[in-house]
Design a binder for this molecule. Structure first.
Ligand code: AMP
Ligand code: GLY
Length: 428
């Protein structure tokens, strides 16, 4: 079959790498892709939100399946766009409907959904201009820290953890009155702070049944020891030692099952990934957020650990046969370490030449491109997160060391990576 994959990050390179290994995949197109996805298929210069152009491309290239990497086209309704067109509706779409994508697109929607289905999450209230004064009073009475979340998509920046009431009121004002995150912060969710260790759980559902992919943990802060600004993700590990059978049974029973049943009961069309961001408080899982897609860089450790044919898995999703699938996982540990541009997540340069990519010949190591592009013969940086190195080993420490040794061969001006990805699990 012919497949079109949307996106241009490390996540999409990992998905493209895996799909291109499938016998079921005849032609793979990636829109817009990066310098790494070129090795897996054909990059197509169409933006992920240009639905008309994507639709036309699918028709003229006999595309049978659309796999959506990032959230934006999903939240904007690409699933519904394809299903509403007579010329496109036969194309399998791996990704939820616009309504399903609200689990990520609106924090208030997600919180209300969790409440309706008794899914454990932090207590919360939602505020906008209509109940703004009530919100200020609520903040003053709230214990510290206070978590403020812009309701809509804010490119991973919309969550602010405030350590005192003055800061909380100031941020609240900026978000609602000054549109700090544009329309995304017209509405704000205020929630209790939860203290614990985080875990990312990935579910692939056909709307009827589901499979749970290997779990992962990502490292969001820019600096060593989880210090400094939040980023899109500086690295990830899989598996995660504390996600043992007992904990994962709680996750399935208390979170995954009620989520799938809730979608079904509310007739929300969902054929795709659900990324559940969890926090372990004591011994219990609480949901911090839902995303309607895979994580980045979690995908770069989760997908390489998956032994199944990914296209077959997507086919089973599209035909609602996931109940017949058994997942097989590589038991080795995987660590990915992201190389970023100097200055990221603030200002950074683009267009710096990346050297050393052709010198690599290591077993058990995969390089996934993120912000890279080809300029004639050279590959240059084109984003904050540039590329990530995934390694396999018998333990997390060894895998992390392997990734770092590969990153010592790769060079570009201003390159930085965290040397401590997986540090809490070095002993496991
Ligand atoms: P999100 O954008 O929803 O992924 O949130 C970003 C980060 O904020 C999460 O990964 C957590 O580290 C943190 N966070 C979000 N909500 C809470 C909460 N209720 N309690 C503690 N930390 C939180
Ligand atoms: N790594 C977190 C995310 O993809 O949202």
């Amino acid at each position: 079959m012919n497949i079109l994959l949307l996106g241009s990050g490390g996540r999409e390179h990992a998905l493209a790498w895996k799909m291109s290994q499938s016998k079921l995949c005849s032609q793979l197109f990636i829109a817009p892709g990066n310098a790494g996805t070129e090795a897996c298929g054909t990059n197509v210069h169409i933006a992920v939100t240009d639905f008309d152009a994507l639709g036309k491309f699918c028709i003229s290239n006999n595309v049978d399946m659309l796999v959506v990497g990032p959230e934006e086209p999903l939240v904007k309704g690409i699933y519904d766009f394809f299903k509403a067109s007579d010329a496109l509706k036969h194309i399998a779409v791996i990704g939820p409907s616009r309504q399903g994508a609200q689990l990520e697109g609106s924090k208030a929607f997600a919180k209300a959904f969790m409440q309706r289905h008794n899914i454990p999450t932090a207590a919360y209230r939602e505020f906008d201009t209509d109940n703004y004064e009530e919100g200020i009073a609520y903040l003053h009475a709230h214990s510290i820290p206070i978590v403020l979340k812009a309701d809509g998509l804010a490119a991973g920046k919309g969550v602010i953890i405030c350590q005192n009431h003055v800061e909380a009121v100031a941020e609240f004002e900026l978000m609602i009155q000054q549109s700090k995150f544009g329309d995304a912060s017209k509405k704000v969710v205020v929630e209790d702070f939860l203290s614990g260790i985080e875990l990312s759980v990935f579910v692939l559902t056909d709307g009827k049944s589901y499979v749970v992919l290997p779990e992962a943990k990502d490292y969001k802060r820019i600096g060593e020891g989880d210090k400094g600004l939040n980023t899109g993700g500086m690295g990830a590990v899989s598996p995660v030692a504390f996600a043992d059978d007992v904990f994962m049974k709680k996750v399935i029973d208390r979170v995954v099952e009620p989520t799938i049943q809730g979608l079904k009961k509310e007739k929300i069309v969902y054929t795709g990934f659900i990324f559940i961001g969890l926090i372990k408080v004591g011994d219990d899982p609480y949901v911090i957020e839902y995303n309607c897609r895979m994580g980045d860089p979690e995908t770069e450790v989760v997908i390489p650990r998956l032994k199944n044919d990914l296209v077959a898995l997507f086919n089973a999703t599209a035909t609602r046969q996931l109940d017949t699938v058994r997942l097989e996982t590589d038991p080795r540990k995987a660590v990915t370490v992201m190389a970023v541009s100097g200055g990221y997540p603030g200002e950074y340069e683009k267009g710096n030449k990346i050297e050393g990519l052709d010198l690599l010949d290591e077993d058990d190591v995969l390089i996934f491109h993120a912000g890279t592009k080809r300029e004639e013969e050279a590959i240059v940086t084109s984003g904050g997160r540039v590329l990530t190195v995934t390694s396999f080993a018998e333990n997390i420490k060894r895998a992390s060391e392997k990734s770092k040794s590969v990153l010592q061969i790769i060079e570009f001006d201003g390159m930085y990576y965290r040397p401590d990805i997986g540090y809490e699990f070095y002993e496991s």
